[in-house]
Ligand binder design. Structure first.
Ligand code: 5RP
Length: 296
């Protein structure tokens, strides 16, 4: 009944955008990250971006491309929410300067392409920490005027000390020591909390053992990146552990598009994120699906 007393509920644009990115049943999200080219050039698995993305799009809740990737390789009739990579300016040609990032996409451009939000890499603890955190905050201050979602990424650049902790890769390839693992938690807790205190609506970080502490310390919901390509079982395992530890999803790239069977892999990841499957159940789904000829 139309009545002057049926006041409209306060409409929230950012809530509506979050609702598009996150599955209403599970409350979680499988975001496909395909923005690596902004600093890696043409990484394997993303050489033909359109070919890589097309078969995976139906299985992700959101996609994270660069602005160039979006405009050249994703059909604008897609109903999949787009999260634009909005910082960059570095490249592997000067890997030692990966933390020297600037804002590369304006909020006006995000609105023009109808993005639901953006990602900004913040190199906490590195030389350009204040500049890159400033990229996140300057974009967030404007993006929030228009209800766009701000995702801060705890990036590690090429700092070998951080890389080994955060991505579980010791330089020698040996198992990380207990000390290494403790340092990883300490760093990730610190970095994730900093980004959430600085206004990120969602923090994207890496999984490491003891991840519960990182989730607890962060004021914002967390999604995990996958990091460098791991064996399928290992990738499903850390996805399961991250979700169990409280992550609200993944914003994952290489462990999906560089997998031998990407379409099977994204569905296996989705079974963990949305259907509560264990890593073992997801692996068996992966093995069933990879056998199907039309899968990637
Ligand atoms: C670096 C990024 C990626 O989006 C992020 O690392 C997720 O990708 P992956 O799962 O491959 O690590 O911010 O480009």
């Amino acid at each position: 009944m139309n009545s002057v007393f049926n006041y409209k509920v306060e409409w929230s644009g950012i809530q509506n955008r979050m609702a598009r990115m996150f599955n209403p049943k599970s409350g979680r999200s499988v975001m496909l990250a395909v923005d690596h080219g902004y600093f890696q050039g043409a990484p394997s698995g993303l050489i033909n971006l359109r070919e890589t993305i097309e078969p995976l799009l139906p299985y992700c809740d959101a996609i994270s491309p660069t602005i160039g990737g979006l405009k050249t390789s994703i059909d604008s009739r897609t109903r999949t929410p787009v999260i634009i990579r909005a910082t960059g300016g570095s490249s592997m040609r000067r890997a030692e300067e990966l933390d020297d990032e600037i804002v590369t996409v304006s909020v006006e451009e995000m609105i023009r392409v109808n993005a639901v939000g953006f990602t900004a890499s913040c190199f906490v603890g590195l030389k350009n920490q204040s500049k890159t955190i400033g990229n996140l905050t300057s974009l967030t201050n404007i993006a929030h005027r228009y209800g766009l979602v701000a995702i801060g990424i705890t990036a590690v650049g090429s700092d070998p000390a951080l890389t080994k902790f955060v991505k579980g890769e010791s330089e020698s390839g040996a198992e990380l020591t207990a000390e290494d693992k403790k340092d990883a938690i300490k760093y990730l807790k610190h970095a994730a909390r900093v980004l959430s205190e600085d206004g990120a609506d969602i923090v994207k970080t890496y999984y490491t053992e003891g991840f519960e502490e990182v989730v607890e310390a962060c004021l914002a919901p967390i999604v995990i990146a996958g990091g460098t390509k791991k064996p399928t079982k290992e990738a499903l395992d850390f996805t399961y552990r991250a979700i169990k530890a409280g992550a609200v999803g993944v914003d994952m790239g290489r462990n999906i598009f560089q997998n031998e069977h990407p379409v099977a892999m994204i569905q296996a990841i989705g079974s963990i994120v949305h259907d509560g499957k264990t890593a073992e159940e997801a692996l068996s789904l992966y093995n069933d699906l990879k056998g199907k000829k039309k899968q990637g």
